[in-house]
Design a protein around this ligand. Structure first.
Ligand SMILES: *Cc1c(COP(=O)(O)O)cnc(C)c1O
Length: 413
């Protein structure tokens, strides 16, 4: 029991709203919990900054947020100050940064990605061909996330002098596999190609260093492990020596050098701000900061250490209690090759997920066709919650209670 006691000690859990302690929330990788400080911050933004100070708040309070929070997120991923900005959604930031890097493709015509990449990433890359160069092609690689060597070999064989861009999600949303970021970055560079990483499932989950070797660009979500709130704006990171050479495909006034001079000719901002487009959604943007502050305060190395202990605890319980019930572990067991969620496959995954949510009050999520995903969020997940999730899985299958739920899929998660 000592291990459980230690894993039940989550020093930052008290800093979050836990509305119902009976609910085991293991979906913080889709929507992080609400930090208590965010409630106070939003109260302040709405009542004081908007309600009282009105337009005066732009200069005083609102204009600096995107860069300030960008730099804080930058510190979590190893970027230098001035390389990271909070704006738009991950999809839009992916489009902007990929488009910008592709302007420098020369005669290169292939975008290399993972065939199993998050759908929006695949759609965006495919959608870039028409506006950039219809002769370009997207090469989606068949990568076996259970076999790190296969992944490396296929990537090595795919990259060549025609590679215009490599675009991958560092931690895969479904399998939990983590690419070797430094190695794949170096591989892209060895072939003269820039790399664009999607860090949506990495930031706040695992320590990152986009500085060695220097990643060209990155994007990611703030509403997952950073607890920024539903639909919170995303971030983008561009390596400093690229910034002045890259254009924003949407030259909006917030990306201009002097937006409030209202000049008729667009002149891009010299800094990372050039990747902004229009007026930021201040309420959502302000809500990103408290969650980022908590992550910075906890420190990524300490968080990962705690997170990995929780992951290992899950793996041990899987070996003891779940393997024999038809579950398979999809997530790699090596800390260098995994993010911070555990994915299990099972033929009845959809029904079991429903049973967990409705009968056991354990909230994982389902990713088709057969994966149940458990987000391990080191700021607030407890060892006992993992034990409860495993007990619920065990009970659902051994008693067959999942069979009372329809096989047909419905709903969002
Ligand atoms: C969650 C996620 C997104 C979401 O993109 P939005 O534009 O914020 O909806 C994109 N990419 C990956 C890899 C994700 O995990």
């Amino acid at each position: 029991m000592t291990i459980l006691t230690e894993l039940d000690h989550a020093p930052f859990r008290d800093r979050f709203v836990i509305a119902d302690p009976q609910v085991v929330y293991l979906d913080g990788n889709s929507l992080g919990r609400l930090p208590k400080a965010t409630v106070a911050r939003l109260q302040n933004v709405v009542a004081d900054e908007w309600g009282q100070a009105l337009i005066g708040s732009w200069n005083q309070a609102w204009l600096p947020i995107a860069r300030r929070v960008g730099d804080k997120i930058g510190s979590l991923i190893g970027a230098a100050p001035g390389e990271t900005l909070v704006c738009d959604s991950t999809s839009i930031n992916l489009y902007k940064t990929a488009w910008a890097l592709l302007q420098h493709r020369g005669k290169r015509r292939t975008i290399v990605t993972d065939a199993a990449n998050f759908p929006t990433d695949l759609y965006v890359l495919d959608g870039l061909r028409q506006p950039v160069d219809p002769a370009m092609r997207v090469q989606p690689l068949m990568l076996d996330h259970a076999d790190h060597t296969q992944v490396q070999t296929v990537l090595e064989q795919a990259l060549n002098a025609d590679t215009a861009l490599v675009c991958l999600s560092h931690v895969h949303y479904k399998t939990g596999y983590a690419f070797d970021l430094p190695q794949v970055t170096a591989l892209a560079h060895a072939h003269g190609a820039p790399i664009l990483w999607d860090l949506s499932h990495s930031v706040g989950a695992v320590p990152l260093d986009v500085g060695t070797p220097r990643v060209d660009a990155a994007v990611g979500c703030t509403y997952k492990y950073l607890n920024g709130g539903p639909g919170a704006p995303a971030f983008l990171m561009v390596r400093s020596d690229w910034i002045e050479r890259l254009q924003n495909p949407i030259p909006g006034w917030f990306g201009a050098a002097r937006p409030f001079e209202f000049g008729s000719a667009y002149e891009p901002h010299p800094g990372i701000e050039r990747f902004a487009v229009g007026t930021p959604p201040i309420l959502s943007l302000a809500a990103v900061e408290p969650g980022v502050d908590l992550t910075c305060e906890a420190g990524m190395h300490a968080l990962r250490q705690r997170g990995w202990q929780l992951m290992q605890f899950f793996f041990e319980l899987f070996d003891q209690r779940l393997q024999k019930l038809g579950f398979a572990l999809v997530t790699p067991r090596h800390p260098q090759a995994a993010g911070s969620h555990v994915s299990l496959s099972h033929p009845a995954a959809w029904q079991i997920t429903q049973d967990l949510v409705q009968r056991h009050r354990v909230i994982p999520d389902f990713r088709g066709p057969d994966i149940i995903r458990f987000g391990i969020t080191p700021l607030y997940t407890l060892g006992r919650e993992i034990e409860q999730a495993v007990a619920a899985l065990e009970s659902s299958v051994t008693r067959g209670t999942y069979q009372s739920f329809p096989e047909q899929r419905q709903g969002v998660t």
